[in-house]
Design a protein around this ligand. Structure first.
Ligand SMILES: N[C@H](CCC[C@H](N)C(=O)O)C(=O)O
Length: 288
């Protein structure tokens, strides 16, 4: 029987990005990808499942599962959610969180239930995204979708902010069928680790609108790492300044790509929805 049978969880969201938090500081084993997918498919739906785990060299550690069971090294909205929970429990207003993308610093925001996370430094090298072949200028790579002579989407910027992202620059995020193009681009052979796919519409030097097809999760109401990737790509292609408000379907995030050290600071809200325990029947079919 799975170690998660009857285990507690907290359902949260960050701007509507659905996050299921599982606190494993009681020593319970982390779920397998198959178990994470089984939880989602049981009807307890999420975009990402995030664990809270003990850490020797940080306040906590976390593991991030997409709802298809794949692991991600970064999740901005989910990191705000787990940081907020631990801050409520400990009274701390600053936490160090060990993630597969490295240590993240979370601090309590000025407004209630807002958190700022230092998401680290973006990487732009073709082999850091990663891409399957060399591209010297990752501000616009040769990738398009649609007829060769009249591509629907083309020349995306790519960035890695703990996970791989491709951002297509458009004049209206709603006129493209991202639900149809997203999986084709997510799984394109140019992305050996797949990629998160965004449509970005720059509306002012300090503002852009974003719509995201997430790797391993599909269309979501918000994606923190996509907001970070789009903000730094907009700045490096001189479309915006380094401090922008990114408006997603679920609402706005503020992103600052700090000049002095190139760290990305993401600020946004968290919301707690409900708590529960996993029905053992969820895991009946999984190998564990
Ligand atoms: N929703 C998350 C991103 C999850 C990324 C995941 N889709 C992947 O990279 O595989 C966020 O707020 O950053």
């Amino acid at each position: 029987m799975s170690a998660l049978a009857n285990h507690a969880f907290v359902k949260m969201n960050g701007l509507g990005n659905e996050i299921l938090v599982v606190d494993l500081r009681d020593g319970a084993a982390a779920p397998t990808g198959e178990e994470a997918r089984a939880i989602h498919e049981s009807g307890l739906r999420f975009d990402q499942l995030m664990t809270i785990e003990p850490a020797r060299t940080a306040d906590i550690a976390t593991r991030i599962y997409n709802n298809d069971g794949s692991l991600s090294s970064a999740c901005g909205n989910g990191t705000r959610c787990i940081a907020w929970l631990v801050m409520q429990e400990t009274g701390k207003n600053r936490l160090v969180i060990n993630s597969d993308a490295g240590p993240l610093i979370a601090t309590a925001g000025a407004a209630p239930q807002t958190i700022t996370v230092d998401m680290g430094v973006p990487r732009f090298g073709w082999n850091e995204i990663p891409l399957a072949e060399e591209f010297r200028d990752t501000r616009a790579i040769e990738l398009q979708i649609g007829p060769i002579d009249a591509p629907v989407l083309h020349s995306p910027s790519v960035a890695n902010v703990g996970n791989p992202h491709a951002i297509f620059w458009v004049d209206d995020v709603e006129v493209y069928d991202l639900g149809r193009f997203g999986p084709l681009l997510e799984n394109h052979p140019i992305f050996p680790e797949r990629a998160n796919i965004s449509l970005a519409h720059v509306t002012a030097p300090d503002a852009l609108t974003l719509k995201v097809w997430e790797r391993g999760a599909g269309l979501t109401r918000a994606c923190g790492t996509a907001a970070c990737a789009a903000a730094v790509s907009a700045a490096r292609t001189r479309r915006t300044d380094r401090s922008v408000t990114v408006t997603l379907p679920g609402g706005p995030l503020h992103i600052l790509w700090r000049e002095e050290d190139d760290h990305i600071l993401m600020t946004g809200p968290v919301e707690t929805e409900f708590e529960g325990r996993f029905d053992p029947a969820i895991f009946a079919g999984s190998a564990a």
